[in-house]
Design a protein around this ligand. Structure first.
Ligand code: MG
Length: 253
């Protein structure tokens, strides 16, 4: 079932989204060589509470932390750990969510650790971020989910990178993951019709190599089978009469 949000609900969604934006816009200051992903998660959680929200990832299907932190060949759902120490040249994705009065925010961003010099890694990050914005350009009433998927897939594959089809974006509202799924691969003019006042998350998750994944024995961390690195950017959106507004953008203050 797809929910349309009232103006009051959109206001609450905006608060949750702004909190996620705040974390993603400031957590980069703490991402440096020698820091553990556990420490990054602690800071993210403090930031969420400091904005009057709760960390909605914590306890979600038993997930133990406020954020998913995925390093290098990890695609998504990395569990923050004192044993995972960031090194110069790594890339790390922080995926984080906030609950404000029962309404959900969700977003992700990939960061460099120290200095990343491999041009292919920098291209992976740029292409994934650009794919997110190309997907967002397709969001307006009357378009379909497949228009978003096609824009992402076409751009990513043209650069020789790949998208594991089993990981998708999603609707969002009072639950973090609602209908419809927003796949990163698909054909134009297919799947759900986009309507005013739907809220969705678009999140291209991109591998440098082949699109095959496996889940580690911790039951969460998804990595590439071929060891290739991954990037992942996610924005939460509210569909308006004209197009959409990004709820996870940095607050202007
Ligand atoms: Mg998401």
């Amino acid at each position: 079932m797809i929910s349309l949000r009232s103006p009051r609900e959109v206001t609450l969604m905006k608060k949750a989204g702004a909190t996620v934006a705040y974390v993603l816009n400031h957590i980069g200051e703490y991402i440096k060589p020698g820091v553990s992903t556990y420490e990054v998660d602690r800071i993210a959680e403090e930031m969420i509470y400091s904005r009057g929200c709760k960390p909605n990832f914590k306890g979600y299907e038993g997930f133990p932390c406020a954020s998913c932190i995925s390093v290098n060949e990890m695609l998504v759902h990395g569990i923050p750990s004192k044993d995972i120490i960031l090194k110069n040249g790594d890339i790390v994705t922080v995926d984080v969510g906030a609950d404000y009065k029962g309404y959900q925010g969700d977003g992700a961003w990939t960061f460099t650790v120290g200095e990343v010099t491999d041009p292919k890694v920098l291209e992976l990050m740029e292409v994934t971020k650009e794919a997110l914005y190309l997907g967002i350009e397709q969001v307006k009433p009357g378009n379909r989910v497949g228009d978003i998927s096609h824009a992402i897939q076409t751009y990513v594959e043209a650069h020789g990178f790949s998208l594991p089809a089993e990981y998708t974006g999603h609707g969002i509202g009072t639950d973090m993951h609602e209908d419809p799924a927003i796949p990163n691969v698909g054909r134009p003019h297919t799947m759900e019709l986009l309507r005013k006042d739907m809220c969705i998350c678009i999140e291209p998750m991109v591998f440098m190599g082949k699109p095959h994944c496996r889940t580690l024995s911790d039951g969460w961390t998804v990595v590439s089978r071929d060891g290739s690195w991954a990037a992942h950017y996610e924005h939460e959106l509210h569909i308006t009469a004209e197009g959409c507004e990004i709820l996870t953008k940095e607050e202007e203050d």
